[in-house]
Unconditional design. Structure first.
Length: 418
């Protein structure tokens, strides 16, 4: 039996691979706690420091995404060449320190600087971790495994919203950064002791995949994938970035109450949605080459009616149900997306391809879209009339529609290429 066939046998997967998956997923949880914590704290930060919605968007998304995206590609290339666990350990150290230091900020530029440095640290994790997982597990399980890893987004968001809101109400928004940021430093040692698998052990790479990185930029299906998931990210990120503030403003509830409701919704909807999304996508892929992309295009289209119900009701219970469903849907594409990018790139260009993927998705989903939403809010004078925020948020289902169309075209393009 060949090495390839051995690793494709599920029973041959060592226990250590599952330990590595658990550890990397836990690190991703901390990654997302530090990334999204600021969103549940928008209201007290705005109140204390007198920021506009545009400034909040710049602090929450743009400041973070500047170096997160700029360094995603070079870190991705490094993940193809250097020790991946050391790259992750470096990033974990940097983002944990500066997430905690955000609590000491005294104005716009100090928070902006801390958020940029959090972005620098977090840029290292995705390319390196996804590359490691593609070597720990066989390719037929790729979407499922990477969906389990991506479940760190749902768990991290839930933890950030629940504990961030509770700590903010009990103490202050500053203590939320202290208590949820600095503890990440404890886990650097565990990452450094992680055993790295041999590169490409789960694949039989073609020679051109090993040497010619330029082919990535010429790959038409990959272009569709990058743009399609970027628009999906606009819709998905709107749930975590703007919905908590929308509910605080329109429902007049305490931050801790909103944090608890959305935190629970994230765990109930987002966690199973992320994992099952990967599992179902692998089942679709088993039937046809573009199956994963067909699955995620369907998911994008399903988001549209849920968004429209959410934005056209003031019944809190119905809003929470819609948010829970949206969290399940908008997180279910993460595993399939990463799996297709890894499959297209091959074992020796995975880091670079994932870096390109994160760059495109985050430039549009985090860097461009949130400030546009924030500016529209300011122009519509949402602070004076919070209900008008519903108009701005109609951009989210429009982005989902665009994503669904592009991802469907990507599935057809991938099948034609094969």
């Amino acid at each position: 039996m060949t090495t390839q066939s051995k690793i494709e046998t599920k029973s041959s997967i060592p226990v250590y691979a599952w330990y590595a998956l658990f550890l990397l997923t836990f690190i991703y949880v901390m990654n997302f706690v530090d990334r999204v914590l600021i969103y549940i704290l928008f209201t007290p930060i705005k109140k204390e420091l007198q920021f506009s919605d545009l400034e909040l968007a710049l602090l929450g998304a743009t400041s973070f995404v500047i170096f997160y995206t700029a360094l995603g590609i070079p870190f991705g290339r490094m993940a193809d060449k250097v020790s991946r666990k050391k790259l992750i350990a470096f990033g974990l150290t940097v983002w944990s320190i500066f997430s905690g230091l955000t609590g000491f900020a005294t104005g716009f530029w100090t928070i902006f600087s801390c958020r940029m440095l959090v972005g620098i640290g977090e840029a290292s994790l995705g390319p390196a971790a996804l590359s490691l997982l593609s070597d720990y597990f066989p390719s037929k399980m790729r979407a499922t495994v990477q969906a389990i890893f991506s479940s760190g987004i749902a768990i991290g968001t839930g933890v950030a919203f629940f504990f961030g809101g509770w700590i903010s109400d009990a103490l202050s928004w500053r203590y939320a950064f202290y208590f949820l940021g600095f503890p990440g430093l404890i886990f650097v040692v565990l990452i450094l002791f992680l055993k790295e698998p041999q590169r490409g052990i789960s694949d039989a790479p073609k020679e051109h995949q090993k040497k010619n990185w330029k082919l990535l930029f010429q790959n038409v299906p990959l272009r569709y994938i990058l743009v399609g998931y970027a628009f999906f990210a606009v819709s998905a990120n709107s749930v975590s970035i703007w919905i908590p503030t929308f509910l605080v403003r329109t429902q007049k509830m305490a931050i801790s109450e909103i944090g608890l409701l959305i935190g629970i919704g994230t765990i109930i909807g987002g966690l199973p949605g992320t994992i099952l999304g990967g599992w179902f996508a692998d089942k679709f892929k088993a039937k046809r080459i573009g199956g994963r992309l067909q699955f995620t295009s369907i998911i994008a289209f399903l988001c549209i009616p849920v968004w429209l119900v959410l934005l056209n009701t003031s019944i809190l219970s119905l809003q929470i149900i819609c948010i829970t469903i949206l969290l399940a849907l908008t997180l279910s594409w993460l595993g399939p997306a990463a799996a297709d990018v890894n499959d297209i790139a091959g074992p020796y260009l995975r880091g670079l391809a994932v870096g390109l993927y994160f760059f495109t998705v985050n430039v549009i989903g985090y860097g461009i879209a949130p400030p546009i939403f924030g500016k529209i809010n300011d122009l519509l004078k949402v602070s004076a009339n919070p209900e008008i925020m519903r108009v701005t948020l109609l951009l989210a289902p429009l982005a989902a529609l665009t994503a669904g169309i592009i991802l469907y075209k990507a599935s057809k393009s991938l099948e034609q290429k094969i």
